[in-house]
Design a binder for this molecule. Structure first.
Ligand SMILES: *Cc1c(COP(=O)(O)O)cnc(C)c1O
Length: 415
């Protein structure tokens, strides 16, 4: 990663790229949706395929010269098929949001009804947030989690579905630390003659490794990002049964995209190949073990966790009881100064704005890629707890920074 050619022709950009690489090496990414891909995935993403137009699908392109694009896309498709066990895979969505958009386009008409979780409780913009295109094109109502337990209340969702009569129910979230019962969602969806879209953006890798139950073969549609727990570089994908294949293909192109980002599809192929190796299962198990260790230790320090713990790669820490005057934003900013990068997050029953929020969300996918084990994650929890107790104390921030530096050295990245 020396960016030799960029440095030669464009020192300003090279300097920013160096800065970013150094930032990733010298800080701890605990943003639950982030990860570090392998140098092989990065190589593939910066290949000559960025030059290639390959509108269409392998074997049926609108342009000539697609033999290698076909090979790469077919490899990505075959590997995804093996990883998630789906009948049909589309690896062309530019990102997870575009994957969702394509499913809406394939399965719904403008004005149709979507029932999804709201942003404050852990949903995603693309699930019909009012400022998102989906909120403008479809009629959307939201469910949340039970404010007391922090968990999905399937009976309440079922009642809501019966009253609203949606055409699609979306499951899968950005900030939900517990297993999702896809079967239960499917039963609710079928009872009101709706589709289920299971958006596994965050947990693609956990599902592939069998660490979280799979919605594939249960939900009508499954979408995901390819840069979160699956470590295959920025992008999205759609999985479904063969029955929806033609509609999804057509929704991607000509429906909403032009040429696929073939260089990113090469990254997906390489990353999926890595995930088929036995080490990936160990990785995914360790991600969850690490999140559990992190959460347990935060609780030992007196911090509250939404739902009391985690089954996944993330914990959602609710500061309201232990630190009523400290906001998620305060903690996010103080932690960033120490080199721990995570985000303020709303909590169930939130009273502050989305931006300020009363909680923090912390994930372990990127730390685990660096080699963190549960003991190291407990050390990180100690660091976080110290800063939460004294976000304005410069000497605490300084001490924790030194601990973070030492952790970064112990678990080097891209060396
Ligand atoms: C991250 C995420 C997405 C997709 O986001 P992109 O940035 O477009 O990949 C979709 N749904 C959920 C629940 C997410 O967390």
């Amino acid at each position: 990663m020396d960016y030799e050619d960029v440095r030669h022709t464009d020192p300003a950009v090279a300097e920013a790229l160096d800065g970013e690489l150094d930032r990733q090496r010298s800080t701890l990414s605990m943003i639950a949706s982030e990860n570090h891909v392998s140098p092989a995935v990065m190589d593939a993403q910066s290949s000559a395929l960025t030059n290639k137009y390959a509108e269409g699908y392998p074997g049926e392109r609108y342009y000539g010269g697609c033999e290698y694009a076909d090979e790469v896309e077919q490899l990505a498709i075959d590997r995804a098929t093996e990883l998630w066990g789906a009948e049909y895979v589309n690896v062309q969505p530019h990102s997870g949001s575009q994957a969702n958009m394509a499913v809406y386009l394939a399965a719904l008409e403008p004005g149709d009804k979507i029932l999804s979780m709201d942003l404050t409780n852990g949903g995603h913009l693309s699930h019909g947030f009012k400022a998102n295109f989906a909120g403008k094109v479809y009629e959307v109502e939201h469910y949340g989690v039970d404010p007391d337990t922090g968990r999905l209340d399937y009976e309440a969702i079922e009642e809501h579905a019966k009253a609203f009569d949606p055409d699609m129910i979306i499951s899968g979230y950005s900030a939900y630390p517990r297993e999702v019962d896809w079967e239960r969602f499917q039963a609710i969806a079928e009872s009101v003659d709706a589709y289920q879209l299971a958006d596994i953006a965050h947990i693609t890798g956990l599902v592939a490794a069998g660490v979280h139950t799979s919605p594939v073969g249960v939900a009508d549609f499954v979408t995901g990002s390819t840069h979160k727990t699956i470590r295959s570089g920025r992008g999205g994908m759609i999985l479904s049964s063969e029955a929806h294949a033609d509609a999804i293909d057509a929704a991607i192109i000509p429906g909403m995209q032009g040429g696929p980002l073939m260089h990113n599809i090469a990254g997906k192929a390489v990353g999926f190949g890595e995930a088929l190796e036995p080490e990936f299962e160990e990785y995914a198990n360790q991600v969850v073990e690490n999140a559990t260790a992190l959460g347990d230790r935060l609780q030992e320090h007196g911090l509250g966790l939404v739902s009391g713990g985690t089954d996944t790669h993330l914990v959602l820490c609710d500061l309201r009881e232990s630190h009523p005057d400290t906001t998620g934003k305060d903690v996010e900013e103080a932690l960033e100064e120490t080199g721990i990068v995570l985000n303020a997050n709303t909590v169930p029953g939130e009273t502050r704005s989305n931006f300020v929020a009363s909680g923090i969300r912390a994930g372990t996918p990127a730390l685990t890629t660096r080699g963190f084990d549960s003991e190291a994650c407990r050390e990180v929890a100690d660091c976080i707890a110290r800063v939460v107790d004294a976000p304005d104390d410069g000497s605490v921030v300084e001490e924790v920074s030194a601990d973070v530096d030492a952790l970064c050295e112990r678990f080097p990245l891209y060396e």
